[in-house]
Write a new protein. Structure first.
Length: 120
């Protein structure tokens, strides 16, 4: 699942990941992601979410979706650096993170890396 309020970035990420064989759900915000996850039958293995979005940020979205899909992994993305996000207490250190702008190859590589990582 991709949760991103920027329409063009969300669509580009979806097309890239579909090209790599992934099935993609997409939402433009946290509320949409909650609705889609409640309606979706079957597992959601990974959510890629923007950290900063109107109304509900990526961290809150992930926390609210985790009970519905406990095995779901999360990659957070932001135009702010990983250090800035952690320093301001938005995300805890060590979470999966990709900085925007990213290359499409970098996104696909990060998704594969997180999906292949052992569950902690």
């Amino acid at each position: 699942m991709i949760v991103e309020d920027n329409d063009s970035l969300r669509k580009l990420a979806r097309k890239t990941l579909q090209h790599h064989g992934y099935k993609i759900l997409e939402a433009k915000n946290g509320e949409g992601a909650l609705r889609i996850c409640k309606e979706h039958e079957g597992p959601i293995q990974l959510m890629i979410t923007d950290v900063v979005m109107p109304k509900m940020g990526g961290k809150e979205t992930a926390e609210r979706l985790q009970p519905l899909h406990p095995q779901m992994k999360v990659i957070y993305m932001s135009g702010y650096t990983d250090d800035a996000i952690v320093h301001h207490g938005v995300l805890a250190p060590g979470l999966n993170f990709i900085e925007k702008p990213f290359t499409l190859e970098g996104l696909a590589r990060k998704v594969r890396e997180v999906l292949d990582a052992e569950n902690e």
